[in-house]
Design a protein around this ligand. Sequence first.
Ligand code: 6PG
Length: 242
Amino acid sequence: MSYQINTYDSPESTARAVANLIVSMAVEKAGQNQFLHIAVSGGSTPKLLFTLLAEEYEHAVLWKNVKLFWVDERCVPPVHAESNYGMTYDAMLRKPLIPAENVFRMKGEDFPADEAARYEKVLREQLPAQNAYPVFDLILLGMGDDGHTASIFPNQMDLLDVEPAVDVATHPQSGQKRITLTGNTIKNAQKVAFLITGKSKAEVLKQIISRQEVAARYPASHVWAVDGTALFYLDNEAAALL
Ligand code: 6PG
């Protein structure tokens, strides 16, 4: 696989670069009268991006041409403080940018195995398929300090290769159940972009980008787009050791 590294001087400029990527893809798709199918991650990093999109990019995108999905979701209700959907709603979706019928949240409040199956069905209804898996135009990933991505944790590497497109994961420390896209779905995307900021990610990122042997234990080193490329949008702190 190949890495395309983009580094910026602050979390804000990093988020803006990703916003501009989304805009360019959305404009291209709108020009072809097609939907942009994008899956977003949760956690804290993307909150800045979502806020920026809501506050400064309202008119930059034909948002009605965007269909929004999630990479993963904590198995909690949408109003729970840990809900990825809840975070995205507060930061962006509270503004009616994307028509509600084009927002496809994972239902963290439902039984995990049932929701994973339901969400896979939704993906297969909504997205084109190639290689027997749904095809996203863009999957936006983060990376944990332990090198996890989506909700694929270092102690559950099998989720990189399991047959389902969506599966159930378990947080290694808290035991919290998660719904997550699996590795085969992520690796079927047209573009995979990591948005990573902060010095706590620098060491793991260096090990991944320099393809050190130890990186094999990190799920984030095992995913890329269908063409073998992974895009990295990093602030200076996360990129400090590169
Ligand atoms: C989640 C995310 C997860 C996240 C990383 C980084 O549900 O937590 O999808 O994969 O991207 O944990 O999280 P931070 O952005 O909070 O560092």
